[in-house]
Design a protein around this ligand. Structure first.
Ligand code: AMP
Length: 178
């Protein structure tokens, strides 16, 4: 992806100050999704990158990871697996807790999510990497149900929060906010 295309993607993401609470600069990707040309180019870039990864599945994190993940899985001709917030998946699940500033949160995956393939190769995807708590819990879930998380992909990485250091898998981000 050239610097012009990168700038277009960056510009298409709206920033909302003090959402959902004071001090948070929220990266709103709905404006990127709304821009057909930019969304298309972003997906083409991801398809080009991941075509050669020999992936079996894409796993997306609740909820914005579903949008990019499902579109990418369909383009690559592979299955999609949702990693959801606790209590949303109907069948037997495996869950992982992760710490928040105050308290904890929990994500879940269906126990048989990757059962069609032994040691399935999985790409984890979400819109944004902040502290890394959500993505590292999601990567642990993938491993716990018998698959291999080959990489974690994000549209935006807030590098100043060093989420990368929490993850034991390679990460790829399109935009880095320093
Ligand atoms: P973390 O677990 O701290 O890495 O947080 C990542 C999750 O929170 C992702 O699912 C993001 O969608 C969401 N998130 C955290 N910070 C922001 C932000 N500044 N703007 C938009 N989404 C965010």
């Amino acid at each position: 992806m050239n610097s012009e295309e990168l700038a277009l993607i960056k510009e298409s993401i709206r920033e909302v100050a003090d959402f959902p609470k004071p001090g948070i600069n929220f990266k709103d990707i709905t404006t990127l999704l709304n821009n057909a040309e930019v969304f298309k180019r972003l997906m083409e870039h991801l398809v080009e990158r991941y075509r050669e990864y020999n992936l079996d599945y894409i796993a997306g994190i609740d909820a914005r990871g579903f949008i990019f993940g499902a579109a990418l899985a369909s383009h690559l001709g592979i299955g999609f697996v949702p990693i959801r917030k606790k209590g949303k998946l109907p069948y037997t699940t495996v869950s992982e807790k992760y710490s928040l500033e105050y308290g904890y949160d929990e994500v879940e995956i269906h126990i048989d999510a990757f059962s069609s393939k032994e040691r399935a190769r999985v790409l984890l995807i979400d819109d944004l990497l902040a502290t890394g708590g959500t993505a590292s819990a999601a990567a642990r879930l993938i491993e716990r149900v018998g698959a291999k998380c080959v990489e974690a992909c994000f549209i935006i990485e807030l590098t100043f929060l060093d989420g990368k250091s929490k993850l034991d898998v390679p990460i790829y981000s399109i935009i880095q906010e320093v």
